[in-house]
Design a protein around this ligand. Structure first.
Ligand code: AMP
Length: 389
């Protein structure tokens, strides 16, 4: 998740900059001012309580703010991230935001302050008042809003300076220049967050060989659960011995074991740019597990790719492979191959469908040479990097 707070006095340009940022980074926009005006328009109880504070240019109580903001945040846990405009405005609200982010297992990436001198704010707001229709855009109320800002809101900056996530931009520059400065800060932030790819495809689609090569090319960690299980067996660990026992009894390796191995991999992968998951998640249950594990690291799935190959070609590829040294123990007979294809169809295709509905799945034509398919997937990943970073 990418969570950003835009900070600055009234008239600093937070709303204007927000419009661009929410579309570029696909963020869920939360403007407490807009939420309050909506409550007032709907004549709700909260709206009625907030009305007089807004009209006088004072701040609405933290109790009201926490109620309107909590609902909006918790109703949208799957968003790509949040862009806060006009929040937090008090020291208490900074703590409230911490708590709410924690609840979603995430945190604020940074607070970007648009610095604008007082007289510039006043003149911008007076100008806006000619067309905004906002009753609080008049000089008396504006002065009061700025007083509130100086007394109650400015001290919030120290909270974020202490946390080391405070950034300042000169808000007097042109709109384009301010946008450019903000984008540079966010790009820097994003380069710190993980880029995670889930690579799907039927057995024989080339996801293993492509996944490994792509991970190397893009500097990502390759997470192939099948290979991780093999490693445990080879290293003769307690888990490896347990897995052997399960294999010998023809049983599936339970999620508990796989989860522990992935957790171990995530925890031990320091300073990585992200992960490519191959062979996981294979079931709907595993897709929830993966979401949960990534969330624990303040991360999520960035891109989902499916390599598509016609069934007849899959069978012919797997059959070819069974005659070579890279024959897998599960590819030794036609019956086993068909069983694997069926397993994918029954258990994994619903996962792909779920992801397609939620985030969109990029379909890649898996026919042709290794290099051709590699080039197609790489182009999609590069595009993803550009779009997300
Ligand atoms: P804005 O649209 O952000 O300029 O907000 C307009 C008015 O709504 C402010 O002057 C405050 O009265 C009220 N308001 C908006 N956000 C907050 C907040 N986070 N805390 C307290 N009052 C707020």
């Amino acid at each position: 998740m990418l969570n950003i707070a835009l900070f600055g006095p009234p008239g600093a340009g937070k709303g204007t900059q927000s419009e661009f940022l929410i579309s570029k980074y696909n963020l869920f926009y939360i403007s407490t001012g807009d939420l309050l005006r909506k409550e007032i328009a709907e004549k709700s109880k909260l709206g009625m309580e907030a009305q007089s504070s807004i009209a006088s240019g004072g701040l609405v109580s933290d109790e009201i703010i926490v109620q309107i903001i909590e609902k909006t945040i918790t109703d949208n846990p799957d968003s790509n991230g949040f862009l806060f405009d006009g929040f937090p405005r008090t020291y208490i609200q900074a703590y409230i935001l911490e708590g709410l982010m924690l609840k979603l297992n995430t945190s604020l990436n940074c607070l970007i302050s648009l610095a604008v001198p007082e007289e510039e704010s006043v003149s911008r707001l007076l100008n806006r008042g000619k067309t905004s229709g906002r009753s609080d855009d008049n000089e008396k109320v504006i002065r009061n809003r700025l007083r509130e800002y100086n007394e109650k809101t400015l001290p919030v900056l120290q909270f974020y300076k202490d946390k080391g996530i405070f950034e300042e931009v000169n808000g007097c520059e042109s709109i384009e220049n301010v946008t450019r400065s903000i984008t540079a800060i966010i790009s820097q932030e994003l380069s710190k967050s993980l880029f995670n790819i889930v690579l799907f495809g039927y057995p024989g689609s080339g996801r293993g060989s492509q996944g490994k090569a792509l991970a190397k090319h893009f500097g990502l960690e390759y997470v192939a659960t099948g290979a991780m299980l093999e490693q445990e067996i080879a290293a003769n660990t307690a888990t490896g011995r347990k897995i052997t026992e399960l294999y010998e009894n023809g049983q599936l390796v339970p999620d508990e074991i796989v989860v522990q191995l992935i957790e171990k991999k995530l925890a031990s992968s320091k300073d990585v740019k992200g992960f490519i998951f191959k062979g996981y998640p294979r079931t709907l249950v595993q897709s929830y597990i993966l979401d949960g594990m990534l969330k624990k690291y303040g991360s999520s799935i960035s891109q989902i790719i499916e390599i598509e190959v016609p069934t007849l070609e899959l069978i012919s590829r797997l059959d070819e492979r069974s005659k070579t040294n890279s024959c897998m123990p599960y590819d030794t007979s036609t019956a086993k191959i068909v069983k694997r294809l069926q397993e994918h169809e029954i258990k994994t295709v619903p996962v792909i469908q779920k992801y397609n509905q939620l985030h969109g799945v990029i379909k890649i034509d898996g026919q042709g040479s290794f290099d051709e398919v590699f080039a197609r997937i790489s182009a999609a990943i590069e595009n993803g990097f550009k779009h997300i970073r």
